[in-house]
Design a binder for this molecule. Structure first.
Ligand SMILES: [Zn+2]
Length: 313
């Protein structure tokens, strides 16, 4: 369901890939990884004045209209002070300001807080994570963000429109087709309830797709435990490849849009935090909406299979 066009450059092969269902495209240029711009991360962040640290979180963050915040284990959930969605909530995941290794309980509790804050709002819902400042997180203290809007974002709109056409033609959900067809490729990682694979046409470096057996945020509640376990394995995979920062989103649709749509998680690796403020997003990624990818999805899948039992969980 994607095309590959190869172009010989003076320094290796450049691949143009295009996803035929969503219309998204990318370029894969494995030679560019040799520039070695990603360094060992500098992870020194003071907790001074952090609004999400335990002393402050219950004093300076907003409350819901009934004056409360949602508490699950260590996590604290509240409305975003500066929303960019019709409904926008934040879940602080941990009491600790910096976390070496997340526990399943920490992630599971924060996801429960997110779901509880989002499920009563009708619309296109997502749960999102920018981890570390080089991923765009404005606060280093680990937190999730939940959004609900009347309109889908461009990514979900493309998947919905493409999925609808696909369903009409094949009488099958695109998500189910993807799981079956990717199973026999180097890109497939693993799956029990949720199927994980390196995205053939990545929207960012080392993109991993997780296809969930549900469509709405309400249904997601049954899969939080499994999802958490798998997500932590993906974080371990990134760390085994030397990358710490990432962006993660899980997408859901309203109950009346579920026929053609499987919820999915998209996760991309970001450059490690570094003192020279190097970024891995430039005009191709942000303006052309066509990322230049250094790690081929097949290489990512092969790395996972080689290292999966050394990932430490
Ligand atoms: Zn903090």
């Amino acid at each position: 369901m994607f095309t590959v066009e190869e172009f010989n450059t003076r320094n290796g092969i450049l691949e143009y890939r295009k996803d035929l269902v969503t219309g998204l495209s990318c370029r894969i240029s494995a030679e560019r990884i040799k520039r070695g711009i990603d360094q060992i991360p500098t992870l020194i962040y003071a907790s001074d004045n952090c609004p999400f640290c335990p002393d402050s979180v219950e004093k300076v963050t907003p409350t819901f209209s009934d004056g409360t915040r949602i508490l699950h284990g260590e996590s604290v959930t509240f409305p975003n002070l500066f929303p960019f969605a019709a409904w926008h909530t934040v879940s602080v995941i941990t009491r600790r300001h910096l976390v070496e290794r997340f526990t399943p309980t920490q992630i599971e509790d924060a996801l429960k807080g997110q779901v509880e804050s989002l499920r009563t709002h009708h619309g296109y819902t997502s749960i999102n994570w920018n981890y570390l400042p080089s991923s765009g997180a404005s606060l280093v203290h680990p937190h999730l963000q939940g959004l609900v809007d009347d309109h889908p974002s461009d990514r979900v709109d493309r998947v919905l429109r493409g999925g609808e056409k696909f369903f009409k033609r094949e009488r099958e959900r695109y998500g189910d087709y993807l799981i079956d067809s990717e199973k026999n490729t180097d890109r497939y990682l693993f799956g029990s309830e949720i199927a994980w694979m390196a995205h053939a046409v990545p929207v960012g470096e080392k993109e991993i797709l997780g296809i969930l057996p549900c469509s709405t945020v309400d249904e997601f509640q049954d899969f939080i435990t499994e999802f958490t376990k798998d997500l932590l394995t993906m974080i371990d995979l990134y760390q085994a490849m030397g990358t710490h920062a990432f962006n993660m989103s899980v997408f859901f649709v309203p109950p009346d849009e579920t026929r053609d749509f499987s919820s999915f998680c998209s996760m991309i690796a970001r450059i490690n935090p570094n003192p020279s403020s190097l970024s891995d997003s430039a005009f191709m990624e942000r303006l052309h909406l066509e990322p230049v990818i250094l790690t081929s999805p097949e290489e990512l899948g092969r790395f996972f299979q080689k290292e999966r039992f050394n990932l430490g969980r």
